[in-house]
Write a protein that binds this ligand. Structure first.
Ligand SMILES: [Zn+2]
Length: 464
């Protein structure tokens, strides 16, 4: 059986594959200052060079596109299938039990920055192509492994590449999870603002600050208030049921109220506990003196109520059958000295557009005295799950894992979000834990090998 031969061949190359992965992990390739000819700095360029060396050694025709992207072609045919991975990583951070750039094998696991995201999958893809080549399995269609170097910082590598040439018509990235992600919701990351007149009333809220990044549910927030004692505030806290933990501390100006919730990614806000909306809920229930600032705060919490993540009160409760409901995370907020500024992050279903979602938000914000001051947007991404390409990927996944294959819709964006027809296929298996982007990132040897086998069979199925 051809299938067995492919898997046996790859198994016989396991040690060599781990060595190949090590040679890439050893080059820290997080984004560094640009240098002449190296748009993402030395690390990314060196890692790309190393990967192209490997691809060439395995017998592929390689190209370096100005140190943005590298390609490895199976043969001279025009590529119809592309496998898109990336060689850049996020910085190592702290708290590693193994040196992050040594690729230590401990028992069943390979530890190191990039082992799962995404150097391991790139090596698996190159060896998948290598297996077919060495076994002499004929391909009717061309295959290209495309290796980017800026996925973690905005995918400008891919933008550069697609300006130079078209991506293959069938494209998957092993930079997500199995079985297949074919729907990525659209995104509106909005900023809003308002002014208020600072008035000399008491009791009053002097300042509120919470959240740090637009794409995360804020874990912490704090407010400075005057006109209440800590004991009085404790009374109001005891009557507010938000799931947020509050503590207080006396300060020169009055009392600081600290709120602690649970952070979460903005694409799944329901998994977090929003410290900011929790704090605003508490403040809105306290009898502060009437003033423009307090009125606007109460308006804010009426648009973004605590615990609501589907945008109902923002006028944007949208959903559809294929991609589910819109999600909204109220993520950053500042209130001080007459200025209010905030951010929210919306992921919306594929039946809607950026413009239609923004229109709803603008209207709600304006009614409440706020202006949308800016936004970073992306239209939704959708590939028909009934296409022959997706059905073949699912078939291979089922054959190789024994698990049921299906398509998944997510709120986040993957490397193929801005492509036409690209899907995420691997490299993470359901339920797998790998500390991607954190300390002790790792991939199991079994998953590493299983990825290579799945890719090899997918190429054979689609291009054979
Ligand atoms: Zn990645």
């Amino acid at each position: 059986m051809v299938q067995d031969k492919i898997n046996e061949f790859l198994d016989s190359k396991q040690d060599e594959m781990i060595e190949a992965l090590r040679s890439l992990v050893q080059i820290p390739s997080y984004r560094m200052p640009a240098e002449p000819g190296m748009p993402y700095g030395k690390g990314a360029a060196q890692c790309l060079e190393k990967a192209l060396e490997l691809a060439q050694r395995l017998g592929f025709k390689v190209r370096n596109i100005d140190n943005y992207v590298g390609t490895a072609d199976f043969d001279d045919k025009e590529p119809e299938l592309g496998i898109l991975g990336h060689l850049d990583v996020v910085p190592e951070g702290t708290d590693w039990k193994y040196p992050p750039y040594e690729c230590v094998v401990d028992g069943t696991e390979i530890y190191g920055r990039g082992t799962i995201d995404d150097k391991g999958p790139v090596v698996a893809a190159l060896y998948a192509m290598y297996a077919l080549k060495e076994l002499g399995i004929p391909l009717k269609k061309g295959v290209r492994c495309i290796m980017g170097t800026d996925e973690e910082c905005g995918s400008s590598d891919l933008e550069y590449y697609t300006k130079k040439e078209a991506l293959p018509g069938m494209l998957f990235t092993p930079d997500g999870s199995y079985p297949i992600i074919n729907i990525e919701k659209g995104r509106v990351q909005g900023a809003f603002a308002a002014d208020y007149t600072v008035s000399d009333v008491s009791p009053a809220i002097l300042s509120i600050h919470g959240g740090q990044t637009v794409n995360a549910v804020p874990e912490r927030a704090q407010a400075v208030v005057q006109g209440f004692t800590e004991a009085e505030i404790a009374e109001y806290i005891s009557k507010t049921d938000t799931g947020v933990t509050f503590t207080t501390e006396k300060s020169d100006q009055g009392v600081v109220i600290y709120a602690k919730g649970k952070s979460g990614h903005a694409s799944t806000p329901e998994l977090g506990v929003n410290a900011m909306t929790g704090l605003l809920t508490l403040l809105s229930k306290m009898p502060f003196a009437d003033c423009e600032g307090f009125t606007k705060l109460k308006n804010i919490i009426s648009v973004f109520p605590h615990g609501e993540t589907d945008g109902t009160h923002a006028g944007a409760a949208l959903s559809d059958d294929l991609s589910g409901a819109l999600t909204l995370a109220f993520s950053v907020f500042h209130y001080e000295n007459g200025k209010i500024e905030g951010n929210f992050d919306i992921r919306f279903p594929i039946s809607y557009t950026v413009a239609s979602v923004k229109e709803r938000l603008v209207s709600t914000l304006e009614k409440n005295g706020f202006t949308l001051t800016g936004s970073a947007d992306a239209e939704p991404h959708h590939v028909d799950e009934n296409s022959e390409f997706i059905q073949k990927l699912l078939k291979v996944y089922e054959e190789q894992t024994g698990e049921k294959g299906h398509c998944v819709a997510i709120g986040g964006g993957t490397y193929v979000h801005d492509t036409v027809g690209g899907v995420a296929f691997g490299a993470e298996f359901p339920g797998e834990e790998n500390n991607m982007h954190g300390a002790n990132e790792h991939i199991s040897i079994e998953s590493f090998m299983k990825n290579a086998k799945i890719f090899a069979h997918a190429i054979a199925e689609i291009c054979g």
